[in-house]
Unconditional design. Structure first.
Length: 256
């Protein structure tokens, strides 16, 4: 593997309650995939990134954003915040220092992905995060893992004219048909154009949620965890299935 950066980054390799990469499930995953035996950090980062992007489906978790990585893995799905937690845990598990950058995003980018009731309940600005990883002697930003390629292809098919820019269906990108989500060893993005406020960089997600809380609280959070997340995931699954089954492109439209 590549040499680690200087000791000042040692804190960016440690486990935390949320980044629980020493848990049996995550240790077994890393070992069984051989990610800890790959010859470079670039190769390991690519393998982990592509796993989180495509093998952890885009969706809405049963628990709040501050759930641990092992719980995200167990559910097998996630969104910007929970997928970022899992990605960070796996990066640290293979010796890659990483940190988390927190923002708020305009909830309009969720229009179409969320059902109308949940969209109405969501705050105008939604807490959002991406991962910054030390790979190849520099920091790279990883946000493109949020949407699995099946879901992204379904949205691209639905808006086949390649609307530029595009915001909706959990996407905010300058070019829907050519988003920056493929691994190149550099930055990846899929929701960056929806950012409203920069909340800063943190060593771990535990610190983000301790300071800023989670997106749905109180009665709204209870309704979400009890009932609404299941409806959201059925809705997302229908979008994904329509994309797989589509034979003729949807007539062009830029309205999300």
């Amino acid at each position: 593997m590549d040499a680690s950066p200087d000791g000042s980054m040692s804190g960016l390799l440690r486990p935390t309650p949320m980044l629980d990469f020493e848990s049996p499930a995550l240790r077994t995953l890393v070992t069984s995939r051989g990610w800890d035996r790959l010859p470079s950090h670039d190769a390991a980062a690519q393998a982990v990134y592509e796993f989180c992007r495509d093998e952890i489906a885009f969706g809405y978790n049963a628990l709040a954003d501050d759930m641990p990585a092992s719980a995200v893995l167990r559910e097998g799905l996630g969104h910007c915040n929970t997928k970022s937690t899992l990605l960070m845990a796996l990066l640290r598990a293979v010796g890659i220092p990483c940190r988390i950058h927190a923002f708020t995003i305009d909830k309009r980018l969720q229009r179409g992905a969320m059902t109308p009731l949940v969209y109405h309940l969501a705050p105008r600005e939604i807490l959002h995060a991406w991962v910054e990883a030390w790979v190849g002697g520099r920091w790279i930003t990883l946000e493109g893992q949020i949407l699995d390629m099946d879901y992204l292809h379904a949205v691209q098919h639905r808006f086949a004219n390649g609307c530029r820019p595009f915001m909706g269906f959990a996407v905010a990108t300058p070019d829907l048909q050519h988003p920056q989500v493929q691994w190149t060893g550099g930055d990846t993005f899929i929701q960056r154009e929806g950012i409203v406020r920069d909340l800063g960089v943190y060593d771990c997600p535990d610190e983000v949620y301790a300071e800023h809380g989670t997106n749905l609280k109180g009665v709204k959070g209870w309704l979400y965890r009890k009932y609404l997340y299941r409806r959201l995931n059925r809705h997302v699954a229908r979008i994904r299935a329509e994309g797989r089954a589509a034979g003729t492109p949807t007539p062009p439209s830029c309205t999300a």
